[in-house]
Design a protein around this ligand. Structure first.
Ligand SMILES: Cc1ncc(COP(=O)(O)O)c(C=O)c1O
Length: 380
C-alpha cells in the first residue's frame, strides 16, 4: 500500500473512519460566529457533559491525548533519572511522553490473549527509581485494573491509564475514567468521539485536578483566573508553575460536545460489527480472537486479531479491496527507546501476528458480510 491514507479510493473498505454528525457542522458554525473561539463556555460544557455521561469525578480538557499524558507525568514530577513502567505494545505517544520528561520507559510484557500489560510483569520491573505506571486499555478492551491498582497501592505508585482507545468502555460496571488516579482519553480523528484532535483527562484526585488545570495553560487555572484589564496576566498568576500550552479551544470543544450527544449511535453500531465478527469468526482456523471478559465491556475502538502469516493475509484482503492495518509495532524497535528488549516473550509473538480488521460505524451489513467471507477465504 504505497498510497497516502487520504488518497485511498472509495471502493476500498477502510480500517477506520471518522464520525462527525451533521449537527456538529451547524454547531461549529455557531461557535465560529459567536466571536469566542478560544477556551470558553463550549470547553466547559464538554467537560460537564463528559463527566455526567461517564461519571468522571473531575475532568480537564486538552488539545490531544499526548498532551494529556505528558501533563500527567509532569504533575507527578516525573523527571530525569526516574523510570516509568509502561507497555511496549502501543502507539508511540504512550512512551514518547516519558522521554519528553527526561525519564526512562521500562517495558513490562503484555498478555498474548488481550494485548494488555501483564500485572505480574509490572511488579517484576519495579525498582527504587520507578515513579509511575502507565497502562493502555488496548483497542478499548480494559486492562486488569484491580490487580494493577493493587500493585500501585502496594508500592505507592500512581497509575496513569492511557485510555486513548477506551471512551465508553466499562470495567466492573463502571466507565473507564469513573475511577482511577489519572485517565487520559483521545478525541483524535478515528476515535468514537472526535474533535479532529483533542483529549480529556479524568481523575478522582482533587489535588491532581487542580495541578492539571494549571499545567495545561502556562501555570494558570483558567476556571479561577481573575482578570485585571491593566495587568497582562491574571491577578492570581504567581508564575510558580512552568506550564504548557495544551488547552482545548471552543471550536474543537463544540465538535466533541456534539459528538457526545451522538455517542450511542456510534457505540451501538460498533457493538453490532464487533459481535458479528466474534460470532462468525469464532471457529475460523488460523485466526485467534481477542479475549474479552465477563466483567468488562469493550467499546470496539479497534478489532485486532491474531493471524498466521499476517503479510500474506493482509495482501489477500487488500487484493479484495479490504484495508488492514498493523496498528502498532513493539515500541522498543525504535532506537529512541533504548534498544530492543529480550525479556518480553509475548510482545515478540504479538509483534508478528496481530492485524486490525476494519472497525467503524460506517460499515454496512453487506460490507461486514463481505469482510467475514474474505477473511475466511484468506485462511482456508
Ligand atoms: C494508545 C494511544 N495513546 C496515545 C495516543 C495519542 O493520542 P492523540 O493523537 O490524541 O495525541 C494514541 C493515538 O491514537 C494511542 O493510540
Amino acid at each position: 500500500m504505497k498510497k497516502r491514507d487520504y488518497e485511498i479510493d472509495d471502493k476500498i473498505i477502510r480500517t477506520w473512519s471518522t464520525f462527525v454528525p451533521d449537527e456538529a457542522i451547524t454547531e461549529v458554525a455557531n461557535t465560529l460566529r459567536s466571536k469566542w473561539i478560544n477556551t470558553g463556555k463550549k470547553e466547559k460544557e464538554l467537560r460537564g457533559k463528559a463527566s455526567r455521561k461517564w461519571g468522571f469525578p473531575y475532568c480537564v480538557a486538552v488539545n490531544s491525548c499526548t498532551s494529556a499524558l505528558r501533563a500527567s507525568l509532569a504533575i507527578l514530577n516525573v523527571k530525569p533519572g526516574d523510570e516509568v513502567i509502561s507497555t511496549p505494545f502501543t502507539f508511540i505517544a504512550t512512551n514518547t511522553v516519558i522521554l519528553e520528561q527526561g525519564a526512562k520507559p521500562v517495558f513490562a510484557d503484555i498478555k498474548y490473549d488481550d494485548l494488555n500489560i501483564n500485572p505480574k510483569s509490572i511488579e517484576k520491573k519495579i525498582t527504587r527509581r520507578t515513579k509511575a505506571i502507565i497502562v493502555v486499555h488496548y483497542s478499548g478492551n480494559p486492562c486488569d485494573l484491580d490487580e494493577i491498582r493493587e500493585i500501585g497501592r502496594k508500592h505507592n505508585l500512581p497509575v496513569i491509564e492511557d485510555a486513548a482507545h477506551s471512551m465508553g468502555s466499562m470495567y466492573k460496571g463502571k466507565y473507564i475514567g469513573a475511577t482511577g488516579d489519572i485517565v487520559c482519553f483521545s478525541l483524535q480523528v478515528v476515535k468514537l468521539i472526535t474533535s479532529g484532535d483533542g483529549g480529556l483527562i479524568a481523575t478522582n484526585n482533587k489535588d491532581y485536578y487542580q495541578k492539571l488545570k494549571k499545567i495545561i495553560w502556562y501555570g494558570i487555572d483558567r476556571d479561577t483566573k481573575i482578570t485585571n484589564l491593566l495587568n497582562p496576566l491574571p491577578e492570581n498568576f504567581r508564575g510558580d508553575v512552568l506550564g504548557f500550552k495544551y488547552n482545548m479551544n471552543d471550536i474543537i470543544a463544540t465538535l466533541a460536545s456534539v459528538g457526545i450527544d451522538h455517542f450511542e449511535e456510534v457505540a451501538t453500531r460498533r457493538q453490532i460489527v464487533g459481535q458479528r465478527y466474534r460470532e462468525e469468526l469464532a471457529d475460523c482456523p488460523k485466526i485467534k480472537l481477542m479475549k474479552y471478559y465477563n466483567d468488562r465491556k469493550p467499546n470496539y475502538q479497534m478489532f485486532p486479531i491474531h493471524v498466521e502469516n499476517r503479510v500474506r493475509f493482509a495482501k489477500y484482503l487488500l487484493k479484495h479491496n479490504i484495508m488492514l492495518r498493523i496498528n502498532n509495532r513493539r515500541n522498543d524497535i525504535y532506537p529512541m527507546f533504548g534498544g530492543l528488549r529480550n525479556d518480553l516473550p509475548m510482545t515478540t509473538r504479538v509483534d508478528q501476528d496481530v492485524v486490525l480488521l476494519p472497525m467503524h460505524a460506517d460499515l454496512t451489513d453487506k460490507q461486514i458480510s463481505y469482510i467475514i467471507q474474505k477473511v475466511k477465504d484468506a485462511v482456508k
